[in-house]
Design a protein around this ligand. Structure first.
Ligand code: NAD
Length: 492
């Protein structure tokens, strides 16, 4: 029996060559708040992906490819203004897909999307050219200068945790640099990318410059895209193992990649720290977005003299978090993205217990009532009694959970924090200025904060070492990835 028009689920389509188009089949997207159906997502097959790549290639060779930097920067600013104007719609799309509190979606995700376009409009406008005179021993000289051309057709593949923020973090510099793109949003969060496609058209981005294909990874849109010979590079945010699969997919054609991958981030708390500030900061870095931020802290090393105070303070903060509906102003914490992800997080809760953890807070599924118990809720959780030898302390959980571990000396704290294959972010809490700089510099990570967390200047380099990624994006670092320099040498 076909559903009547009024019960027809929302259709979330691909965007190719400036038009919304069907896929080869659809898959259901559920709301993590209560498990209700959000819509049917049109999965792109090989044909749709090939058409998206062809549309991007054609647009690169059209007026977009010949547009001046000034004109492109103007479009970037118009996109930011349109995002601001349509912020409520974007918040609704983001909240529907992820279940996160409305205030978080508005103040972090959507606000940053607009900021991303403004920041890269500025960066690309200010980008200078290298030029220098080469003097030869025989008295001749040559003028060398480098021009930057767009990389070409860029595949942009992003995850579900901060969908619009992370998409625009890559889309804005790619467009500002004159590229055309094929975006593959996460299968879990198709809505805001689809709405953004509409917003980009409204702001004057020509058809074909940005294409959106929906689906999964291997054997679906993501796999078809990375294997397509028509892409000139891949910028990707997601799991380290997916980064590895994408590298294999592009290896035969030696395409450049920019990877922002997983983490198992450490915080170090010294006894000389302002403990109230440290505990509040740790609560934020552990539980923001239900722990589903790549920068979140999952390992907390605390100097032994203040271990019990920090553990008790953090457990109290965890107990004060309010799980609830996104529109309720009292809500601090949403659900996990899906039932499947909750299964993964719960498996780590079990593993930690089996490895000997003492559960200081949370540790399971909450009972919330109010029709929410079919959603993918989880309790904010803290463990003690584990050390770096345990898998629960070594592997990324990507949920609202951290292990607290004591240390005795500064060298030991640094060694414990660096004892990981990941290398994304670290936080040092101390009132000793010299120690703050010393420890921050010795952290083997891409981002090292002191007495704060997730404070970002969009011009600064963002990325990780080891399993946490390849390359840096942010300001000029992004422009370097999204452009190809050509050196011109003129004998004078
Ligand atoms: P994921 O790797 O499963 O998926 C990310 C995207 O890649 C999705 O769009 C997915 O469909 C696609 N994909 C999956 N397999 C693919 C393949 N073989 N080929 C092409 N595309 C493929 O990651 P996720 O579960 O969506 O996100 C969570 C992960 O992202 C965590 O590990 C987190 O740490 C990481 N992350 C990192 C950063 C950062 O900046 N370093 C930021 C946010 C999230």
């Amino acid at each position: 029996m076909s559903p009547s028009a009024s019960t027809q689920p929302r259709q979330i389509r691909n965007f190719i060559g400036g038009e919304f188009v069907d896929g080869v089949r659809t898959f259901d997207k559920f709301n993590p708040i209560d498990g209700s159906l959000i819509g049917e997502v049109h999965e792109a097959g090989p044909e749709e992906v090939a058409r998206a790549v062809a549309a991007a290639r054609a647009a690169l060779e059209g007026p977009w490819g010949r547009m001046s930097v000034g004109e492109r920067a103007q479009i970037m600013r118009r996109i930011a203004d349109t995002i601001d104007r349509r912020s409520a719609e974007l918040v609704a799309a983001e909240v529907g897909d992820t279940g996160k509190p409305e205030a978080l979606a508005r103040d972090l995700d959507v606000a940053r999307a607009a900021a991303n376009f403004r920041s890269f409009a500025d960066t690309v406008s200010a980008a200078g050219l290298d030029s220098y005179l080469t003097e030869l021993p025989d008295g001749r000289s040559a003028l060398n200068y480098a021009i930057r051309k767009p990389l070409g057709v860029v595949a942009v593949i992003v995850p579900w945790n901060l969908p619009l923020l992370l998409l625009t973090w890559k889309l804005a510099p790619a467009l500002a640099s004159g590229n055309t793109v094929v975006v593959k949003p996460s299968e879990e969060t198709p809505s805001s990318a689809t709405l953004l496609a509409e917003i980009l058209s409204e702001a004057g981005v020509p058809p074909g410059v940005v294409n959106v294909v929906h689906g999964f990874g291997e054997g679906s849109a993501g796999g078809y895209l990375t294997a397509h010979p028509g892409i000139d590079g891949v910028t990707f945010t997601g799991e380290s193992s997916t980064g590895s699969a994408i590298m294999r997919a592009v290896a035969p054609r030696v395409r450049p990649v920019s990877f922002e991958l997983g983490g198992k981030n450490a915080a170090v708390v010294f006894a000389d720290a302002n403990l109230d500030a440290a505990i509040a900061g740790l609560a934020r870095s552990t539980f923001l977005n239900t722990g589903q931020v790549c920068l979140c802290t999952e390992r907390i090393y605390v100097e032994r003299a203040v271990f019990d105070d920090v553990a008790a303070g953090l457990a109290e903060h965890a107990g004060r978090l309010r799980l609830g509906r996104p529109g309720d102003p009292a809500t601090t914490t949403g659900p996990l993205i899906s039932q499947a992800h909750r299964e993964k997080v719960l498996s780590y809760f079990e593993l930690a217990r089996a490895e000997g953890a003492t559960v200081l807070a949370g540790g399971g599924i909450p009972t919330l009532g109010d029709g929410l118990d079919s959603g993918s809720w989880i309790q904010p959780t803290l463990w003690t009694g584990l050390d770096n030898s345990h898998r629960a302390v070594r592997e990324e959980v990507f949920g609202p959970v951290a292990a607290l571990i004591p240390f005795d000396t500064e060298d030991e704290a640094i060694a414990l924090a660096n004892d990981t294959e990941y290398g994304l972010a670290a936080v040092t809490w101390t009132s000793d200025l010299a120690r703050g700089h010393r420890v921050a510099q010795r952290m083997r990570v891409g981002m090292s904060w002191v007495n704060t967390w997730y404070l970002r200047d969009l011009r600064s380099p963002f990325g990780g070492t080891g399993l946490s990624g390849i390359g840096r994006e942010g300001g000029q670092h992004s422009i370097e990835f999204y452009t190809e320099p050509t050196n011109v040498c003129v004998q004078l």
